[in-house]
Design a protein. Sequence first.
Length: 259
Amino acid sequence: MRLIDTHCHLADARLRRDAAGVMARARQAGVAAVICAAGDVHEAKLALTMSRQEVDVYFTAGVHPHEAKNVAGDYLAQIEHLAADGKCVAIGEVGLDYHYKYSPPEAQRRVFAEQLALARRLGKGVVIHTREAMADTLAILAEAGADGRRVVFHSFTGSAKEARRVLDLGAAVSFSGIVTFKNAGELREAAAIVPDDRLLIETDAPYLSPEPVRNMKTNEPANVAHVAACLAALRGRDAESIAELTTANAARFFGIERP
């Protein structure tokens, strides 16, 4: 079984301090590639370094909505420089988060729109974070003229109705360990309607450890296998076929060689 963890924070200190062990356990679990997501420019720089050390590690570059209020005046130029690296496979994670509002919504919307414009100019895909902000997220994507086929909604947590709106855009949908939680029935309904060719899986490690290892304080890419197993059961498939199709989807979306 060959898997791709399409979104984890390998550069987070909790994973970075044992990166060799984390990657060894991932490979043993069948993870053939890991995409290291970034929440700000500093994390993206760390991710770039890690991607140069490990052939099966790729990264994204972008500013998370929580950090929108902290962007430097040259942050777009810094992201563009990072995105020029061959291991940078997307702009992200970017978007809106109205749950915590660590950054004012106005700043979030501005930084999101600016990064979408950059991604479009660079011809890069976009990794979206959205929480309690789906309407504004979709509106800004439309205003930016974003090609939905180059967009993935990571760690999707919405309803089936929201999933249909995302699918109507042409976007891919990625599921994390949340889909395995006992109280995630509504999310599993959403996961059931995503077409095979737009389904992705992730861990969002070190966060969101899935069942049956939810008591793990630090999630790891190896646990993406549990997400695949959950989706296989949900969709009446075997884990091998879910691994095969999500790996093919990830390789196509992020433009990497299929493992």
